[in-house]
Design a protein around this ligand. Structure first.
Ligand SMILES: *Cc1c(COP(=O)(O)O)cnc(C)c1O
Length: 381
């Protein structure tokens, strides 16, 4: 129950374990081509250009920055935690002139504040994080997509902890790049960086006057490959992660078979259930209120006097693995529960039960079953 790598479906793992074929074998070309098509459906971006690259989520961020930023370009970073801060570092590496709007811990930046910054300065790109995995804060992409269009700024959404878990309608919301990694809500072992890029962003990239500063990430190298696979033709630039792509095809099929709206609703209900369960135990949470709380993970604060390592090891001795804190400012004061992908009612009850026992073990008073009752009141509607 950590926020990635998550638990994977047996059929995804079986596909991963099948014999490795050539990257130009007909069955692999079909798998790659279908995965590209399914990404457009899941991102809800029919006119977007999908990319499947071997690498982690950080490579997806790096690729967006390398291709869309030229030295001296102005970039606005909306940071709601650790991964927003990371985007600023990546953009600087490619020569961007970065301004950061940083939220208070657990909060978001008011869209009016973003608009006044966009009115003051002409930016080329704006980055923001849908769910910052360090704070469990959820940002509403809709007003930011609109602002991007209004001020002619390319918008880049870090959706590593949200794609296929939180609602995303990339094209309708006017977001230029939505990127993620395989091991979170997409449900595939770590190793794939996934991006969908709008036609406007591709045009901006084409009008660059300087070379892309990363050879591996350069879309000049990858665009012909993606087009070839989309047209079911063999092609080569760098060997794709063949087994991971086979697993991706299966997982994307499972996601579409569940149905996007059903899947988003299921994650929302799971998030509501965890928040209610945690609140019933009297624990505070990092997000300042439920409107800005993610549905893909939760971030409860430890009660006063509870030792994080002792609590986490007690929970883990019951077979449930949770994650510690990540945001440097409050790292030792909270923990994280991932609830992306195929999390069911049994997982929720088991996790809350282990949290209750872990708290009791550390000397915190708990009414047995309080968190489970609160969660079931939501799950059994
Ligand atoms: C996990 C994560 C990343 C980094 O992904 P890696 O695969 O660990 O490189 C970036 N952004 C967010 C929001 C994440 O949750």
């Amino acid at each position: 129950m950590i926020p990635g790598p998550i638990e994977f479906e047996p059929s995804v793992l079986r596909a991963m374990g099948s014999a490795t074929t050539s990257h130009v074998a007909p069955n692999f070309i079909e798998s790659f081509g279908k995965s590209l098509e399914m990404m457009k459906s899941i991102w809800q971006c029919p006119s977007g250009q999908p990319f499947i690259l071997a690498g982690s989520g950080t490579l997806a961020m790096d690729t967006a920055a390398a291709n869309l930023v030229e030295p001296g370009d102005k970039a606005l970073v909306i940071s709601t935690g650790y991964f927003g801060d990371r985007f600023a570092e990546i953009l600087k590496r490619y020569g961007a002139d970065v301004t950061m709007l940083k939220s208070a811990t657990g909060g978001v930046i008011d869209p009016d504040a973003i608009e006044s910054e966009l009115r003051r300065t002409k930016y080329k790109v704006l980055t923001f994080t849908h769910v910052d995995t360090s704070t469990a804060v959820l940002v509403d992409p809709v007003p930011i997509g609109l602002l991007g269009k209004k001020y002619g700024v390319l918008t880049i959404l870090d959706g590593v902890c949200s794609v296929a878990g939180e609602e995303i309608r990339q094209e309708e919301w006017g977001i230029d790049v939505v990127l993620t990694a395989s091991q979170k809500a997409v449900g595939v072992p770590p190793g794939l960086a996934l991006l969908v890029v709008s036609p406007e962003a591709i045009d901006k990239w084409k009008s660059r006057t300087t070379l892309v500063g990363s050879y591996y990430s350069d879309w000049s190298n990858w665009l012909p490959i993606m087009n070839a696979y989309a047209n079911r033709k063999p092609s080569y630039f760098g060997t794709p992660a063949v087994n991971l792509v086979a697993a991706l095809e299966v997982s994307l099929q499972l996601i579409l078979r569940e149905g996007l709206d059903v899947r988003f609703e299921r994650h929302k209900r799971t998030g509501d259930a965890f928040r209610a369960g945690i609140a019933a135990l009297g624990l505070d949470q990092v997000p300042v209120n439920n409107q800005v709380a993610a549905n893909t993970l939760s971030a409860p604060m430890y009660p006063d006097g509870i030792s994080g390592p002792e609590f986490l090891s007690s929970v883990s001795s019951q077979g449930v693995i949770l994650a510690g804190g990540l945001l440097p400012e409050i790292k030792d004061k909270y923990f994280r529960i991932g609830h992306m992908g195929s999390v069911n009612k049994g997982d929720i009850i088991t996790t809350l039960s282990a949290i209750e026992s872990g708290l009791k073990h550390c000397g915190y008073p708990v009414v047995t079953g309080a968190s489970i009752n609160a969660a079931l009141n939501i799950l059994n509607i």
